[in-house]
Design a binder for this molecule. Sequence first.
Ligand SMILES: [Zn+2]
Length: 254
Amino acid sequence: MDRKPTTPRFARALREVGGELVDLLLPRTCAGCGVETVSLCGPCLTHLQPQPRTVAPRYGLLPVSGAGEYSDTLRSVIVAMKARKRTDVLPVVAILLAAAIAHALEESGYTGGDVTAVPVPTSAAAMRERGRDLVAELSAHACGLLAADGLTIRSTPLLTAVRHRDQVGSGARDRRRNVTGTHAPRRRAQWEPVRGSSRIVLVDDVLTTGATLAEAARALREAGVEPDGCAALAVTEDGRRGRAEDAPDSVHDV
Ligand SMILES: [Zn+2]
């Protein structure tokens, strides 16, 4: 049976990777707090220790596991990575995503077998803006870490963004309307191994209302594949069932 990953292992991995980042000794500002030091300072690395949690988002039927709340240091690091192109923090962020995926598997009652992680597709506009597909990269990196930890897992980009309407309005309902129909199954993807997977986990960066993950789940079902859960780097308070109208814009739009 596959070894089940545990949070303390991720905490240790985070310290080790953090140590490697410190070793680079590049003159930088900390992506967490802005102090002039290395990519991430000691106190920020401590704040980034995974604190996995699973929430029921406003939209979609699947639970979403995050490595932490979208606030404080975690929020600063994600915004730095996405909006300020601080890709030097990718190794640390991938560990957080690995912790979230492991938590999603635990929550789904996973005891072994092949796992497929499916990154939420990036819009053409976001690709042009950033020149890379961060969610797909992070998903592949996180799965690599989990595979090294003994899990049979691979990240497979099964979905593609088919159209992207401008985000009209900032409310949760507007965003849900805007995202519906924007994802589609990739026809040339390797679907057969996926159908034999023990678990299929959708992966995104930040959970806001759940509209994006719900759309990705819809597109997977269109291809006859049923996802078992979702993992994100961070989950917002506002994304939970109940209060969502004031949710911040998805960081897809940052
Ligand atoms: Zn810092």
